[in-house]
Design a protein around this ligand. Structure first.
Ligand SMILES: Cc1cc2nc3c(=O)[nH]c(=O)nc-3n(C[C@H](O)[C@H](O)[C@H](O)COP(=O)(O)OP(=O)(O)OC[C@H]3O[C@@H](n4cnc5c(N)ncnc54)[C@H](O)[C@@H]3O)c2cc1C
Length: 481
């Protein structure tokens, strides 16, 4: 039963992955919960992110595999020329989105969550305003409120979006047409995944990266190896140090490229389409955060490790935030974990999040994944805490399963403390890297050492032996004084 004087125990604003997990977990634990959503249930992940992009990657990945005559002939296989139907690939993604959205909505209803449609905002502490699609405005009271409004694509100044020839991932996931030549602005994971899809389906790609090197957010050693296959080995012209200062939609789309440092105009490209993949911005504008005195940091809501919203570094009572809107490791599983943790704290079961053990993956063919510290961060920690940093590399070319698959392009880098053996981070490029990283993430969550991990038996022959080899190499370097 809801505590006296409140309409709900908990109102969650935003039904993305973060809001969904929070609302369901709270309702399953007996709270009277409402969730407010202004667009599609399921948010970015289900409608415009993980789900449709992975469906496109799955279909286009099969096209790439079947079209790779050289690779297939190594097995003695000679396939007929591959044909594909763009519309059916797009339908596969759309149908999957619809199914997952329906399942998710039903599971909230089954858990007893009240779904409120419309634009939510704060109206002071423990008060939520709702502007319904009809224009009717209502105010609800709630003992606790979780803000889970997520993020939207960032479009840099000078770039004009028309949704047809110049677009963001929001539209790209619909795969409405296949441009002959597409410029992708940004070489982060979203740019790379779409480059994978487009090149598999026969498009020519120019990738434009403002920073000094392409794939700037990835481990430099991994990206050197990965870019040989993922960029150089495909119909992709990857260019770093260039800023797309002006993009004008049309036929053709005109892209002005400047030197990133001098801002001098270098070149004008005329392409069929442009995908803008330059990061994401928090969706906080309409939330009326002023009504509770919360100041954002570049639009992100500041929180502590238990998901409480902060004012001047001090936690507010009864106000929580989770997911992309907090700017921490902006991934669906982070949002979900934060949502569950916020609710556990509301229920009085104190919990904090461990960001170091949250893995990240890029679902290119082959995949890239990471967990924990980057080598740079690990070096800083080593010098601060005065320990020797261990770095070992393990290669897919020495792995029987990878060789059997003729997919031996890959590397794993493992970072650990040489004094205690504690794992600090891992970075993997290679076949099924997104699955392989989970083992290291679990070890990191338990703060396990490579001494223990090197004794664990791995199935032969599997790709997981790449991880086993890294653990064993690392264990040999741990000082046992
Ligand atoms: C192309 C792409 C691919 C991706 N692939 C992956 C992947 O493979 N793996 C992964 O982990 N992550 C992936 N992500 C990231 C992932 O989608 C996000 O991290 C995740 O969706 C964040 O969840 P969230 O709940 O914080 O926010 P969101 O999913 O953005 O949901 C927020 C919801 O709040 C609603 N909302 C906003 N303001 C209001 C308001 N005032 N009132 C009511 N409702 C409101 C929005 O309509 C939205 O539905 C991908 C993202 C993109 C764009």
């Amino acid at each position: 039963m809801t505590e006296a004087n409140f309409d709900f125990d908990l109102i969650v604003i935003g039904a993305g992955y973060g809001g969904f997990d929070a609302a369901k977990h709270a309702a399953e634990n007996g709270l009277n919960v409402a969730i407010v959503e202004s667009r599609d249930m399921g948010g970015t992940c289900v409608n415009r992110g993980c789900v449709p992009s992975k469906a496109l990657l799955a279909a286009s990945g099969k096209v790439r595999e079947l079209a790779d005559a050289e690779h297939l002939s190594g097995f003695g296989i000679h396939a007929a020329p591959v044909r594909f139907e763009r519309k059916k690939i797009a339908d596969h993604a759309n149908n999957l989105v619809a199914t997952i959205r329906t399942n998710l909505t039903k599971s909230l209803e089954r858990a007893g969550v009240t779904i409120l449609r419309g634009e939510g905002r704060l109206e002071g502490i423990q008060k939520v305003g709702l502007r319904e699609p009809s224009g009717v405005d209502r105010i609800f009271t709630s003992k606790d409120v979780i803000l889970a409004t997520g993020s939207d694509p960032f479009v840099p100044p000078g770039i004009e979006i028309d949704g047809r020839t110049v677009f963001t991932s929001d539209e790209a996931v619909n795969l409405e047409w296949l441009p002959r030549w597409i410029a992708i602005i940004g070489s982060g994971y979203i740019g790379l995944e779409f480059a994978d899809v487009y090149t598999a389906l026969g498009c020519e790609v120019t990738m434009i990266e403002a920073l000094e090197r392409v794939m700037p957010t990835f481990d430099p050693d991994l990206s050197k190896l990965a870019s040989r296959r993922l960029l150089d080995g495909r119909d992709i012209d990857a260019r770093a140090g260039l800023l797309a200062s002006k993009v004008t939609p049309g036929c053709p789309v005109v892209v002005e490229l400047c030197d990133f440092n001098t801002r001098k105009l270098i070149e004008e490209l005329e392409v069929d389409a442009v995908l803008v993949a330059t990061g994401r911005v928090p969706a906080t504008k309409g939330l009326n955060l002023d009504s509770v005195g919360v100041e954002t940091n570049r639009g992100f809501i500041p929180i502590d490790e238990s998901m409480r919203v902060l004012i001047d570094g001090n936690p507010l009572s009864h106000l929580w935030a989770v997911g992309d809107v907090t700017g921490k490791l902006m991934l669906a599983h982070t949002a979900a974990a934060q949502g569950t943790i916020a609710v556990d704290n509301i229920l009085g079961d104190f919990r904090e999040i461990d960001y170091r053990s949250i893995p990240a993956a890029t679902f290119t063919h082959p995949e890239i994944s990471s967990v924990g510290l980057s080598e740079e961060e690990a070096k800083v920690l080593a010098s601060k805490e005065k320990f020797d940093l261990g770095v070992v590399r393990s290669y897919f070319k020495a792995n029987s399963k990878a060789l059997a698959e003729k997919e031996s392009d890959g590397i794993m880098k493992l970072l650990f403390r040489k004094d205690s053996g504690e794992v600090l981070g891992a970075h993997i490029y290679g076949l099924h890297a997104a699955d392989l990283i989970q083992e290291v993430a679990n070890a990191l969550a338990r703060r396990q050492t490579v001494l223990d991990l090197s004794c664990e038996v791995h199935t032969h022959p599997t790709l997981s032996e790449v991880v086993e080899v890294a653990y064993k190499q690392a264990a040999r370097q741990v000082s046992t004084l």
